[in-house]
Design a protein around this ligand. Structure first.
Ligand code: F6P
Length: 367
């Protein structure tokens, strides 16, 4: 009988609860035990009360609630080996032999580290006599499955992450609201959106709201005179009769020398060079909170189901999988590969190879 632990980690994202609900219920209906691990990796490192066996009714009402009801944290101690050793100890002592982690890029990288160190961690615990030889043999193989819960949509090997579409809806609603007041006053607005080092939210929001200009990390402005060129484009839009100017800036936007492009700088350009009455709006955490849209509820449910199936299919030789979606099909690919490709995107940006960064993210989309 499998004992499956589930945790949510990193920044919360709408749909995480739907994933937890699906995992718990499918696990139970397949004859497994389901455990909720509270506060992300904190719960794994601290154990005790923070790991609870969940029944069918424990996840009642989860589908429509935003955030994550089992809590999340950006856990520092799990980044250190000592923390991961405690995590391994708590897993063994609770009898959990499969772990499903729903989180973003950083959290899944952490899950991959745990997977790669697992046999060594067990040996160390055995050497320290914290676990018995029998326990070390029984728990030799830990199945780790990743589910991508993040509004940023920054994980490789999947088309979309749980929460990104809800967040995009939230951004579009906000920009629509901003647009109406911008129109009334004939003003310009610079709207900063989240996404960390990924421009997906910004780009999609710009397309969906008909923004005048967008800045994303994957494609910094190429020209040395981009400030002037941007103003020319905006002037043209005004000459064509537009009464409002909307510029979307991804929080990770950079110029070609990797310097951040900040909304305040854009505001100054619009004010000084174009004389536009300009405001900056940072949307902040309204983009991340609140009810998940139906797409995210469905995605999280289907992926939660697949995560449990992946646990049940796993053999000692199967690499830990990450559940994704590609061309509308739920996928199951090696977690290690997805983590590595995601790391390569950051590396490509750092060495200013923006073309490669875009290819690694999603060539069709960003081209
Ligand atoms: O990764 C999700 C995210 O919302 C990013 O878009 C943003 O940069 C970051 O988390 C904000 O983190 P915090 O909630 O810790 O301020």
């Amino acid at each position: 009988k499998k004992r499956i632990g589930v945790l949510t980690s990193g920044g919360d994202s709408p749909g995480m609860n739907a994933a937890v609900r699906a995992i718990v219920r499918v696990a139970i209906s397949r004859g497994c035990d389901a455990y909720a691990i509270f506060e992300g990796y904190e719960g794994l490192v601290n154990g005790g009360e923070m790991i609870k066996k969940f029944g069918w009714a424990d996840v009642r009402g989860y589908l429509s609630i935003g955030g994550t009801l089992i809590g999340t944290a950006r856990c520092k101690s799990f980044r250190e080996r000592k923390g991961r050793l405690s995590a391994a100890y708590n897993l063994v002592k609770t009898g959990i032999d499969a772990l499903i982690v729903c989180g973003g890029d950083g959290s899944l990288t952490g899950a991959d580290v745990l997977r790669s160190e697992w046999p060594e961690l067990l040996d160390e615990l055995l050497k320290e006599e914290r676990i018995t030889a029998e326990e070390a043999a029984t728990y030799r193989h830990l199945t780790v499955v990743g589910l991508v819960g993040s509004i940023d949509n920054d994980m490789s090997s999947t088309d979309i992450t749980i929460g990104a579409v809800t967040s995009l809806h939230r951004i579009c609603e906000a920009v629509d609201s901003i647009s109406s007041t911008a129109l009334s006053h004939s003003r310009a607005f610079v709207v900063e959106v989240m996404g960390r080092n990924c421009g997906w939210l910004a780009l999609m929001a710009a397309v969906s709201t008909g923004a005048d200009f967008v800045f994303i990390p994957e494609r910094p402005p190429e020209s040395d005179d981009w400030e002037n060129e941007m103003c020319e484009v905006l002037k043209k839009h005004r000459q064509l009769g537009k009464r409002k100017t909307i510029i979307i800036v991804a929080e990770g936007a950079i110029d070609k020398n990797l310097n951040p492009i900040r909304p305040e700088y854009i505001k100054k350009l619009l004010t000084d060079r174009m004389g536009l009455d300009t405001r900056v709006t940072t949307l902040g955490h309204t983009q991340r909170g609140g009810k998940p849209c139906s797409f995210d509820r469905n995605l999280a449910t289907l992926q939660g189901v697949e995560a449990v199936h992946a646990v049940l299919r796993a053999t000692p030789d199967t690499p830990s999988p990450m559940i994704g979606i590609r061309e509308n099909k739920i996928t199951c690919e090696p977690l290690m590969k997805a983590v590595e490709l995601t790391r390569q995107v950051a590396e490509a940006i750092a060495r200013k190879d923006f073309k490669r960064a875009m290819e690694l993210r999603d060539p069709e989309f960003f081209e």
